[in-house]
Design a binder for this molecule. Structure first.
Ligand SMILES: [Zn+2]
Length: 99
């Protein structure tokens, strides 16, 4: 499943590369979410994961640690009404071996 997401990221990245030189302004208006573009651009690092309490079951994976931390913090805030600093969140980040 993660592999599929990565493949989508690559397609978006390629589409971006092809569209930008021709009409940069038009390309920026397309519906590709910024977060996905960012994820596609940071495609190179290892996949990282933050897992919430097993009782909750929430897991977020991304190669973009910033995105990972921000999504996980958002989850904590909205679902558990908890606050955690970025530093604390980063301690929860685990690298995942995706084949
Ligand atoms: Zn949770």
């Amino acid at each position: 499943m993660v592999r599929k997401i990565a493949a989508i990221g690559v397609v978006i990245a390629l589409a971006g590369i092809l569209a930008v030189p021709a009409k940069a302004q038009e390309a920026s208006k397309k519906e590709v979410p910024k977060a996905q573009m960012k994820a596609a651009m940071t495609e190179m690092g290892p996949v990282k994961e933050i897992a919430c309490d097993p009782a909750c079951g929430f897991v977020v994976r991304s190669r973009n640690e910033k995105e990972l931390v921000s999504i996980a913090r958002e989850h904590l805030k909205t679902v558990h009404h908890m606050k955690m600093s970025e530093k604390e969140m980063k301690e929860k980040v685990k690298a995942v071996d995706v084949k």
